[in-house]
Write a protein that binds this ligand. Structure first.
Ligand SMILES: C[S@@+](CC[C@H](N)C(=O)[O-])C[C@H]1O[C@@H](n2cnc3c(N)ncnc32)[C@H](O)[C@@H]1O
Length: 275
């Protein structure tokens, strides 16, 4: 597959059906043809390979779960992968924490609008990059079998937002013949510049004691009624055990930092392989 290149001659006026820049939300910073740099909350541009666990993807079919505005999708494609990107649409609901026993309808409506703007950003970027990736919509619990087998599935910073992270992994694992890549925040949102977290000197998730990174931390606080969009912090050891249960017996972990607004935050990536 040809690498995607930013062509200065890409059309400024998009064809019908391609969203305008003003209709888009960029969660990841991205350099777009024609429109140039678009700032996002997270800027993964300088450490993408670490984010993806340094797994070679050229020639492989990749399911990218939780694509947002597609930064990782288009990076995977640049590296030679055939990508099926997957995310919610305004027809599907985020797992909103139901404080007081009910989902706040205002938050729900607002989230649907937000997802629509993320979907728009994906579609505009897709057009500008001349991408061949596909975008499929649904929840992480209903990943359709019709996508067919993929060699690799990626879960970038999505499990923390899912009420049932194991079920989502199970659904993707059922389609994945080779490798699962799971990237999550190190619990605590540590600022690397202040040396707030020193990664353990191991790539074996089982060697990281639960006292260093607790297996599962429940994040919603009933008193503060916040956050409404995040459920869990998971340890690499727990993610590794999930993957081993799902048929990926060989797992390794690596730690890396990524830029969030003006800080470098610690994340980890677990790579699980079949057989
Ligand atoms: C924090 S962003 C991560 C984006 C990107 N994968 C990354 O690694 O930076 C989480 C993404 O997962 C999607 N998402 C959240 N809940 C979901 C659900 N229940 N089913 C499918 N996608 C979901 C969001 O729409 C968003 O695009």
């Amino acid at each position: 597959m040809e690498p995607i290149v930013a062509t200065p001659s890409a059309p400024a006026a998009a064809p019908q059906g391609v969203p305008a820049l003003a209709e888009c939300h960029f969660y990841h910073s991205i350099d777009l043809p024609v429109h140039g740099f678009q700032p996002g909350l997270w800027d993964l541009r300088h450490n993408v390979d670490a984010y993806l666990g340094h797994v070679p993807v050229a020639g492989w079919r990749v399911l990218e779960v939780g694509t947002a505005n597609g930064f990782l999708c288009f990076e995977l494609e640049k590296r030679g992968a055939e990508v099926v990107a997957y995310d919610l649409s305004p027809e599907h609901d985020w797992d909103i924490v139901p404080y007081g026993g009910r989902v706040d309808p205002e938050i729900q409506q607002d989230r649907r609008r937000h997802i629509g703007r993320l979907n728009n950003a994906w579609r505009l970027s897709h057009h500008l990059f001349g991408s061949r990736a596909r975008l499929v919509h649904g929840t992480a619990y209903t990943i359709p079998e019709e996508i067919g087998p993929v060699d690799i599935a990626t879960f970038g910073s999505i499990l923390l937002h899912l009420r049932d992270p194991f079920l989502a992994l199970q659904k993707a694992a059922a389609l994945t013949t080779g490798t699962m890549i799971v990237t999550e925040l190190v619990p605590g949102f540590f600022d690397a510049r202040r040396n707030e977290f020193l990664p353990p000197l191991t790539n074996d998730p089982e060697a990281i004691p639960d006292a260093v990174i607790p297996p599962l931390t429940f994040h919603p606080d009933p008193d503060r009624k916040s956050p409404w969009e995040t459920w869990w912090y998971l340890s690499p050891r727990l993610v590794s055990r999930f993957l081993r249960i799902l048929g990926f017996p060989s797992t390794r972990v690596s730690f890396h930092t990524q830029r969030y607004v003006d800080r470098d935050i610690w994340l980890y990536t677990v790579v699980g392989r079949r057989g």
